[in-house]
Design a protein around this ligand. Structure first.
Ligand SMILES: Cc1cc2nc3c(=O)[nH]c(=O)nc-3n(C[C@H](O)[C@H](O)[C@H](O)COP(=O)(O)O)c2cc1C
Ligand code: SF4
Length: 698
């Protein structure tokens, strides 16, 4: 049987990853742990509702070994960072709805923990109202280790004891709701960490900064109290910063490792290791992002940067494993392949993952059945955390079904239709994929010879996500091929062709059109329109591919030394980055008030300081006047006429909807949908979401 061979190879290849394990007394079917991630899926009333149930059920059905439910406040609203969209189990009234959650997860053979947190002084989004922020000690505004914090007052000894009770009560509720364990979040900059870290702890009492035992005492007492109330067999895991960077008083690896020993003595059944970096709101949650837009001059020591952030925290799990006997894990852009490697090397006991599972909750089942090509790849874009940090419902760039699991469950269509998709970009491919999965007969036309629309171009420009974006195209291509979509590449569809094809449904996904800059001098040789630029790049890309082209452009490009980028939204900023890395002197001009629309806030916080460092001039709220032989003439927001001298001016104004194609075809065929950039130019996330929406509708 061929299938048997495949599964034998797979069980060999992922021998350790697919091996069952234990955390405390909790049995896991494999070594993959879904680490906690906030979703904003809680109902406004504070109860767990349909959206969260469907999301967690899908995650459990996907085969993960252990599911840790997102950070849940032990107190509300003071205990959470994202009121009113964050989970909180501070009242018995919520228990029945949380029981629904544990039931839907257990139904699929998956154990489920809940992560408890108390926010403490951390306010990375700046969205929190003024409140009675409490930490180990009071700090003044000047003493705060960065902008993402509120000024805390110090907890009295009596309050510390009250909080231990608050934590233990939350754990009691968790047990009543059917959770198999709790994860105590003492990491990043939450309240517990203010005891561990000398950045925050100035106390002189038994919870004070003077000894490691005192610093660890708060979390240890919490663990002891939970165990005392719920029994020694009840599973409690601890998440903490093993190391903190960016502050002279930050926890050192030696200290962090000793903390874990004390936690194990207190009863912790597993340790999740984290590193924190002050002065960036993402801390070190996503270490690979430190390489955007360029690797920093120095990288946090002690960590492993050999894979550009993937697996960066492994030296921490290794160090902790030397002193504890309970399982140790971490999450840091791990994937099944490197996860297996680290397991085999004995560097961790479980592989923590979040984003890979948001992108594809079925990843564990796909690994187990050898369907690696079917895993939808996470591109690492951080759109998910961007929306979460705006208190919006969680979304994933590549998985449009996230948060819509029930609506978007694949149902076989009642009537099989002949579907014609015009356009092989992400919107067209995603609509074709879903329509085919539903049993429709789908033909996809793409005028160029390659699928992916503008993704290869974007991949070339976005150096950091190059491989991931190319993987995304491959994934979509593989899926539509497997589902039997007929591909007609190098074929632009005409009205006549559609009339002959006689589709039941026509999906127009032909992409956007380029904007032009209507000012005197716009046809000078020094001006490069975005359509010219795209045509040139696409021409070379046909022969060289995005990777080679990216490398070659570092050696040569037909673009002058001094460049003005006209348009400062995401595309203009990305192009500016690309040019700066190729030693061009860049100026960015923009008619709007703020630059960077479309770039995640995490990336903006890295990108703009980088532009400052590179001395890039930026002008916002300008009026474009004309292009002369010297450069671009603008009127600045102060009303001054100014010539920005340049050898090349590149127009990157926002794309426009493809109204011509819409007008010419839309009304001719009874069921026509216009999707993606064709109707509303946007980003990959918008294109895939739109493709999915229509795929499910037909
Ligand atoms: C949208 C989002 C929300 C997150 N929320 C939490 C959280 O509530 N608690 C927590 O401990 N970690 C949270 N994390 C961090 C993840 O658990 C994980 O440590 C991080 O994403 C790195 O793992 P990955 O590379 O597999 O994504 C969040 C991550 C994401 C992407
Ligand atoms: S939004 Fe981006 S980073 Fe987040 S899971 Fe999806 S693809 Fe990955």
């Amino acid at each position: 049987m061929p299938g048997q061979g495949v599964s034998m190879n797979i069980s060999k290849k992922f021998k350790r990853l697919l091996e069952p394990g234990y955390i405390g007394k909790v049995h896991t079917r494999n070594r993959m742990i879904k680490t906690a991630n906030g979703t904003s899926f809680i109902e406004p009333s504070g109860y767990v509702g349909e959206r969260a149930l469907a999301y967690y059920e899908t995650m459990a059905r996907g085969g993960v070994g252990l599911l840790i439910v997102e950070s849940c406040g032990v107190e509300y609203p003071l205990g959470v960072q994202h009121p009113p969209v964050q989970f909180h189990l501070d009242d018995d009234n919520y228990i029945p709805s949380y029981s629904e959650l544990t039931k839907v997860v257990h139904k699929h053979g998956c154990p489920v923990f809940i992560q408890f947190q108390h926010a403490g002084p951390w306010n990375p989004t700046g969205l929190l109202p003024k409140r009675d922020t409490k930490a180990a000690s009071a700090l003044t505004k000047e003493e705060l280790p960065g902008p993402g914090f509120d000024v805390p007052r110090g907890l009295s000894l009596a309050e510390v004891k009250e909080y231990i009770d608050i934590w233990a009560k939350a754990a009691e509720r968790a047990v009543k709701a059917g959770f198999d364990g709790v994860e105590v979040n003492g990491a990043t900059c939450h309240q517990i960490n203010t005891f561990f870290s000398r950045v925050w702890n100035k106390r002189e009492d038994e919870f004070g900064y003077k000894t490691l035992e005192n610093r660890a005492r708060y979390m240890c007492e919490i663990v002891r109290e939970i165990k005392k109330r719920l029994g020694q067999d009840f599973t409690v895991t601890c998440l903490l910063n093993i190391v903190e960077y960016g502050h002279e008083k930050g926890t050192t690896v030696e200290e962090g490792v000793q903390f874990t020993k004390l936690l194990q003595e207190a009863g912790a059944n597993a340790i999740q290791c984290r590193a924190h970096n002050y002065y960036h709101r993402d801390g070190l949650l996503h270490p690979e992002r430190l390489f955007y837009p360029e690797p920093p001059e120095s990288l946090p020591k002690d960590l492993d940067w050999s894979r550009k952030g993937r697996g960066a925290l492994i030296p921490l799990t290794e160090a902790v494993k030397k002193v504890v006997s309970v399982p140790v894990f971490c999450a840091c852009r791990l994937d099944p392949v490197i996860g297996e490697e680290f397991l085999q090397q004995g560097k961790l006991d479980f592989v923590g993952m979040t984003r890979r599972l948001l992108a594809d909750p079925e990843l564990p089942n796909k690994v187990a059945s050898g369907r690696l090509d079917d895993i939808r790849p996470c591109t690492g874009c951080l759109h998910c955390i961007d929306v979460r940090n705006k208190n919006q419902l969680l979304e994933c760039q590549v998985n449009a079904a996230l948060g819509k699991e029930r609506e978007y469950a694949i149902k076989t269509a009642e009537k099989k239709k002949r579907i014609m998709v015009a356009g092989g970009g992400p919107a067209g491919m995603e609509s074709a994929r879903i329509a085919a999965l539903k049993g429709h007969e789908v033909t996809l036309y793409e005028k160029s010879h390659k699928l992916g629309g503008l993704i290869p171009l974007a991949a070339m420009v976005k150096e950091l996500e190059l491989d991931e974006l190319l993987n995304l195209i491959n994934y979509l291509k593989t899926q539509i091929t497997k589902e039997g979509v007929t591909l007609k590449l190098g074929k632009k569809v005409s009205t006549q062709e559609i009339e002959e094809f006689k589709p039941d449904v026509l999906i127009l996904a032909a992409g956007a059109v380029h904007n032009t800059l209507d000012i005197p001098g716009n046809n000078r040789r020094s001006v490069v329109s975005s359509s010219q630029l795209h045509k040139q790049l696409q021409f070379y890309m046909r022969f060289l591919g995005p990777k080679m082209l990216q490398w070659l452009t570092k050696l040569w490009m037909p673009i002058g030394k001094r460049v003005v980028v006209i348009g400062g939204a995401i595309h203009g900023c990305e192009l500016a980055e690309f040019l700066i890395k190729r030693h061009r002197e860049v100026t960015i001009v923009h008619t709007d008030k703020v630059l960077g629309e479309g770039i995640t806030i995490e990336d903006q916080l890295r990108f703009f300081p980088w532009l400052d460092k590179k001395g890039v001039a930026r002008f916002t709220e300008v009026k474009y006047e004309e292009i002369t032989n010297k450069g671009l003439v603008i009127t600045t927001k102060e009303g001054e006429k100014k010539t920005l001298e340049a050898d090349t001016m590149i127009i990157t104004l926002p794309f426009l909807p493809n109204t011509d194609i819409v007008k010419s075809l839309e009304k001719k065929f009874p069921e026509t949908y216009t999707i993606g950039s064709c109707i509303e130019p946007g980003l990959i996330v918008n294109a895939i979401a739109d493709g999915a929406r229509i795929g499910h509708k037909i």
